[in-house]
Design a protein. Sequence first.
Length: 190
Amino acid sequence: MTTNVILASGSPRRRNLLRAADISFEVVESGVEELCGQGEEPGDYALRLASDKALAVSSRYPDALVIGADTIVYCEGELLEKPSSPDDARRMLEKLSANVHVVITAFAIARGGAILEREPVRSRVTFRPLTSGEIADYIASGEPFDKAGAYGIQGHAASFIAHVDTERDNVMGLPTARVVAALRRHGYTG
């Protein structure tokens, strides 16, 4: 018998990464509000949100292995969440231009309302210099608005990236190999 897997996320990028890894899963969004606590460190924030998402869904589906995940972008001491407006997206992209930033994707695996395993995975990403025209065109595409840091490595912004020091899937929103290994350690055989 195969253990059921639930992804506690509405992210199409996470769904695509799990499908590409041949994981059979369902999607149940957690409904967890994403708010950083006062003085909360970026890695702790991402790990807390991933855990909260996994636990919220696991309490409703106690027999399933539930994957919670959260991705944050951190640059020069500032947490860059999903942009609230075109001006906010422009500000973020200008900050990332010709700069190095950190992407942290944390994941948590839960079953029966308890966390079985969790880990924050860090990537250092270097952007090449961007022109104001490139930034304006990217914002006009609409792509930045549902992504931390106002960009997606798998989309048009792939050309903005000069270097990534880890697997690109972590920057996309899920360190797939680590998640799959964790699922297998906890009984997934699909």
